[in-house]
Design a protein. Structure first.
Lengths: 414, 290
């Protein structure tokens, strides 16, 4: 018997096009004036999921991959009952746990201990269950010393570790996970992956796992579902699915990425742009050129303390992270409300030719959880101009990430 | 051996069947699933616990606030309405008179404003986790009962200070008055919480609305100064029955007005059902538009 059975699932959103365009929330006042003056806003239907059908067997780990806006998260939201489908149906035979975000419901004023209970309860754990696993959760997060410190004093790393740790101890029959491995440092990501593997090997647990991290998908999943524009493009073998997805991704040729405005977030990245040394937009670089990222971000209220990062990806795995606090870690950084721009040069001279992506995010102190992840990236190519070097380890098909040529020395044997 | 295996398998299937969930389009009124609500009782408790914790986190400030707010309001009302405007107070000291009304009024107004903000404040939870959303406004009402407890301690102090002898048997009516207060504030709270998700300017209009409402509630004046012909109108406000009954029974200001009390009970139940109905009707869109 399939544990998840999805039949012709579709979800429609109705988007209102209003005359004032930029405003985000409906107001009663506008509604009433529109009613009185007979103004009509135009509506548009958007199908974010269309006729999806698939089945998942007990114990399977299935990766859901696809570009941004493909409907991956919406699919998970429908399966967790957060939002209801417009057509079709899904049958789930078991207890469902979902992890669409780490740290849902975490409150900065509450202590680590209090947040464990609150977050656990929100994720659907019973109080007894939390009590039983409390020590494991604390151990896994490695925050024993800070259990009774308010979460607002945690570093973003600690915060994410604790949040993930609570979530990792959920034990439902079906676990739906959305892009949560994109947070945290590399070591913790490894630990989390390990924990997820452990969970699935020990128990007959079924996992649906949305990710842009192809390495994670490759190492965890038994099957993949590739989604694009709300439709299933491919179901089956992991390698083939990933290849299909990556080859689609390469066709984009943007040099600039703009992000939609989120008025509720205090700090937000507005755009990323790639430029060459003469300040022209560019997304094809020679290895001996300079590649500069320009990031524009907005701060919507005066803040005292934030962290700003960019991350370089290859095949959706992070390979280099740079934070603007790298050189002034201990000073609290005040920023007034406004729009800011920053530039940084990418160390492309160290990289092998190929396709790369760059993402940026900002985290504001006391504003948790950090919702901006590196999940919408800007792609660019690195080209090897000197064809002679293709005969070296710099060839893109050979193993390795770094394009560093070192000379070998013969030493006498014995 | 084989039969044993089958038996086990049968058992497992039965467990699975109880967990079977069918997800399909929701049309019309969401039904109130009591079994599900019961299974979420711990989360309800945790939400209430969180609100209380946050409110009384800095213990001194939290408790002081719960005590000072009604106390200072009482002093201002006593000076302005009791002394300057010389509003009658059914022949008992005005501070006791007005504080008794404020006790219940504060539960009503705080519950209503907390509940109507509760969904928007928990937007990130609603977007990311499934839960029966009716519990969120309901849990936010609990913290006002803790406020009530502290405010009631002050009330005892005031009574002792004035050497006033209340009618202790009248306390038997207090639970009924509390139920009317909570039903009406929770009913309105559900309604405005749902409205607030859709229209974000509700939060600006509501405090104004609550402020005005106190003037059509016999908190600062006794219902007896309203002409007899209009008293039934006053009774349509369920807080009238709650506050007047509490004053009549506990302070002995007058005989209990059973008619007014009856109307209040009925109206508060109507509010509760209407609020819940509207909430359930609009609930299915919350996670998409919040």
């Amino acid at each position: 018997m399939s544990i998840i059975k999805v039949e012709n699932l579709s979800k429609k959103y109705t988007i209102l096009h209003r005359r004032d365009g930029g405003r985000h929330y409906l107001t009663l006042r506008d509604e009433l004036t529109n009613l009185i003056f007979g103004r009509r806003s135009t509506k548009e239907d958007v199908w974010v999921l269309k006729n999806m059908s698939f089945q998942i067997e007990p114990g399977e780990i299935v990766g859901i991959i696809g570009p941004n806006g493909a409907g991956k998260t919406t699919l998970l939201k429908v399966l967790t009952k957060i939002t209801s489908p417009t057509e079709g149906r899904a049958i789930i035979n078991g207890r469902v746990g979902s992890l669409l975000e780490v740290g849902t419901g975490f409150h900065p004023e509450l202590t680590g201990r209090e947040n464990i209970y609150l977050n656990g309860a929100i994720l659907g754990m019973k109080k007894k269950e939390i009590e039983k696993k409390f020590n494991q959760i604390v151990d896994f997060a490695g925050i024993e010393k800070f259990l009774d410190t308010p979460a607002k004093r945690y570093s973003s790393g600690m915060f994410v570790r604790l949040a993930f740790s609570v979530a990792a101890h959920l034990e439902p029959d079906v676990l739906l996970v959305d892009e949560v491995l994109a947070v945290g440092d590399a070591e913790f990501q490894k630990k989390s992956l390990g924990r997820m593997k452990e969970i699935t090997e020990n128990a007959q647990r079924t996992i649906l796992f949305v990710s842009h991290n192809m390495d994670a998908v490759r190492s965890l999943c038994d099957r993949v579902i590739l989604i694009d524009k709300g439709r299933i493009k491919y179901i089956g073998d992991v390698k083939e699915g990933i290849d299909k997805y990556l080859s689609n991704q390469k066709h984009s040729s943007m040099t600039r990425k703009e992000y939609s405005i989120k008025p509720e977030s205090v700090g937000q990245v507005r755009s990323i742009e790639l430029k060459d040394q003469s300040n022209h937009s560019c997304n094809n670089f020679q290895a001996d050129e300079r590649a500069i990222v320009e990031v524009c971000f907005e701060v919507r209220q005066d803040i005292n303390g934030y962290e700003f990062e960019i991350c370089l990806f290859k095949n959706n795995s992070p390979i280099w992270l740079s934070s603007d606090s790298d050189f002034n870690y201990f000073t609290s950084i005040k920023k007034e409300k406004g729009i800011y721009k920053k530039q940084i040069e990418l160390p492309i001279n160290l990289l092998k030719p190929g396709n790369y992506a760059i993402g940026a995010r900002i985290g504001v102190r006391d504003q948790v959880p950090i919702d901006s992840q590196f999940n919408d990236v800007l792609n660019f190519n690195l080209i090897l101009s000197d064809k002679k070097l293709l005969n070296t380890t710099l060839h893109p098909d050979r193993l390795g990430l770094l394009a560093v040529l070192k000379e070998w020395k013969d030493i006498k044997n014995g | 051996m084989a039969s044993n295996y089958l038996e086990k398998k049968g058992k497992r299937d039965r467990i699975k069947n109880t967990m079977k969930a069918i997800i399909k389009p929701k049309k019309g009124l969401a039904s109130l699933d009591f079994k599900e609500l019961w299974s979420y009782r711990e989360l309800f408790y945790f939400f209430a616990w969180r609100d209380i914790k946050l409110r009384y986190k800095q213990t001194m400030f939290g408790v002081t606030w719960a005590i000072m707010r009604p106390f200072i309001t009482m002093i201002v009302f006593t000076v302005v309405f009791g002394k300057l405007a010389a509003v009658p107070s059914d022949n008992i000291p005005y501070p006791i008179f007005v504080y008794a009304g404020l006790l219940l009024w504060n539960i009503f107004s705080n519950s209503l404003s907390h509940a109507s903000q509760s969904l928007v404040e928990n937007a990130n939870v609603i977007r990311k986790v499934y839960l029966p959303k009716v519990i969120i406004p309901a849990a936010s009402v609990i913290v006002t009962l803790v406020d009530f407890f502290f405010a009631a301690l002050v009330f005892i102090g005031i009574i002792v200070y004035y050497g006033f002898i209340p009618n202790l048997q009248g306390l038997l009516f207090l639970p009924l008055c509390l139920v009317i207060t909570i039903f009406s504030s929770l009913g309105l709270g559900w309604f405005f919480a749902a409205l607030n998700v859709r229209f974000r300017d509700v939060r600006y209009a509501l405090p104004f609305f609550i402020q005005l409402l106190i003037f059509v509630t016999p908190v600062i004046y006794p219902a007896s100064i309203v002409p007899k012909a209009y008293q039934w109108m006053l009774s349509l406000n369920p807080m009238t029955g709650a506050i007047e009954t509490f004053k009549a029974s506990f302070l002995g200001t007058s005989a209990i007005n059973w008619e007014s009390l009856g109307i209040s009970v009925v109206v508060s139940i109507v509010f509760l059902i209407f609020g819940l109905w509207y909430f359930l009707k609009t609930e299915k869109n919350f996670s998409d538009i919040i």
